[in-house]
Write a protein that binds this ligand. Structure first.
Ligand SMILES: [Zn+2]
Length: 249
């Protein structure tokens, strides 16, 4: 965002504007060894911000034993609600596949050991995602969400059968995303989470601008339209879904 303010003040503007749009809780996602601490700080400074601890597959090769130890050490902190985002990304392939798989498994094990849900990123890696998750399906009690779901209908069916939620964002409003809308239409509303993936993937009609939580109603509106549901119903149910996944004791 650029309101000509300091980063801190800018964040306050975004949070206030989000509150005005009835967004009460925000889960901000850790992705790299050097932002684990930043996420924790944000959760302690701002009432409405919650966080995750985990490393994105792009950064898998940067993970050391100390990184994993830091995640383990803080995964039960107040307001840390999940392990993530973790997973496999063979589209960009920024870390070697075998390293991505190893680190995905190690972080899934942290979720198992601490009874936490996971936030999973998967792109162009359907077969290995299924292979890895199959090994954890009986021990991972709290499951989680496949965020920014853009994979195949087949993978969506596997994930739903295993008890995961699917996360949808501004992509579903993009003209060329018919494959994602197909998955959305097949996904029960009780398993849908609405997400930003900020700063990217801002929904139409604000596509191209930096994303923020107060744009979420445009995503919910598209879900309502695609699934022939009432907007208020979509907002209510997807909120309950998020509360059940991340905020139940
Ligand atoms: Zn992601």
């Amino acid at each position: 965002m650029s309101f000509g303010l300091s980063q801190d003040d800018e964040l306050k503007v975004i949070l206030n504007k989000s509150l005005e749009h009835c967004i009460e809780k925000i889960v901000t996602i850790a992705v790299a060894p050097n932002n684990l601490q930043k996420v924790r700080e944000l959760t302690t400074v701002h009432d409405m911000i919650y966080g995750t601890q985990g490393i994105h597959p792009h950064e898998a090769k940067e993970i050391t034993e100390e990184t994993l130890q830091e995640i383990r050490q803080h995964i039960n902190d107040d307001k840390i609600v999940a392990v993530g985002e973790i997973g496999l990304d063979y589209y960009y392939g920024k870390s070697p596949r075998e390293v991505q798989i190893e680190m995905f498994e190690k972080q899934l094990q942290i979720a198992v050991d601490n009874n936490k849900p996971v936030v999973i990123h998967t792109r162009d890696a359907d077969d290995d995602t299924i292979a890895v998750l199959k090994n954890f399906s009986s021990t991972l009690k709290n499951k989680g969400v496949i965020h920014s779901f853009t994979s195949s209908l087949e993978l969506s069916k596997f994930c739903l059968a295993e008890g995961f939620h699917l996360g949808f964002n501004g992509i579903i409003t993009f003209k060329n995303a018919e494959n994602v809308r197909e998955v959305l239409r097949e996904c029960p509303i009780e398993r849908i989470l609405v997400e930003t993936d900020a700063p990217f993937l801002t929904p139409v009609p604000y596509r191209g601008k930096e994303n923020a939580p107060f744009y979420l109603p445009f995503v919910a509106e598209k879900i309502a339209q695609e699934k022939n549901l009432d907007l208020q119903e979509v907002l209510k149910i997807t909120k309950e879904n998020a509360l059940n996944l991340f905020f139940k004791d």
